[in-house]
Design a protein around this ligand. Sequence first.
Ligand code: FMN
Length: 324
Amino acid sequence: MKTRITELFGIRHPIIQGGMHYVSFAELAAAVSNAGGLGIITALTQKTPADLAREIARCREMTDRPFGVNLTFLPTVHAVDYPGYVAAIIEGGVRIVETAGRSPEPVMPALKDAGVRVIHKCTSVRHALKAEAIGCDAASVDGFECGGHPGEDDIPNMILLPRAAEELKIPFVASGGMADARSLVASLALGADGINMGTRFIATVEAPVHDNVKQAIVAATELDTRLVMRPLRNTERVLNNAAVERLLEKEVSMGSELQFEDIIEEVVGVYPRVMTEGQVDAGVWSCGMVAGLIHDIPTCQALLDSIMADAEGIIRKRLEDLLG
Ligand SMILES: Cc1cc2nc3c(=O)[nH]c(=O)nc-3n(C[C@H](O)[C@H](O)[C@H](O)COP(=O)(O)O)c2cc1C
């Protein structure tokens, strides 16, 4: 399948694995890229730019296909050395960067001068238009369904994607709620040039996370996510657990008094405990509603192969037959 996204990134299938904190290590990114998609390493999971440089080198040993690095601009407890991470990306020869959170404008000159292609993850049409205006090559349009940070507008992909198609000139992928061939074909019909998946890629053989996390996603239904941190305007969709319920009780009881300091126990330092040690109730961690569509733990190759084969079946058979 050829789309503006496969052309832009030089990949076989229009499928991207979004950057995920403590999930998107070299093992996963390489597995996705080797399977014909675009794998992405998460920069900030690496404690220093030097660690990121090593992770990029490790990924290059595992694949000769294109892969990318995610740079997330969200509130963090410690100041982040963004110029250092950008330098590690450029010096590591990475040609694709996925940005997310706040506008990537400050890092654009350095990335563009180095010939890096930038795909910015946005949760609204206005942010996607801003990304286009500042020179991003593509957008990843993240609907309200998505795992992680859906923004504050709450527009699901059934509306957001065709709205993006109405306004954007740059290519874009549909993100949030994507799991299979149905997601891909529907996204193409709505005007997208491919899909970005997060939660689906955690439940794969190669995702270097504890098996408890994969099993929790397989066991979860579409009813099992919650939105936290809305009062702080830093909304995150997470898998429900005891820590999430404790945090939500604080949000209700403290109302507008709630400060980040009040929820540190549920939020800070959680990812290594969940993803590496498998303590899935240790705190809040991102997960999409799409968990309800995830019933197995395939290899990335099997996942991408089945998406592409089934997509062809839907397009050539189911949709064609409807025309009589
Ligand atoms: C566990 C987890 C961690 C994530 N961490 C990040 C991150 O650090 N930076 C980022 O830009 N997006 C992050 N995301 C969002 C994903 O890259 C992707 O946009 C999102 O998962 C898409 O929605 P889906 O889960 O419905 O596929 C994370 C998602 C999950 C599930």
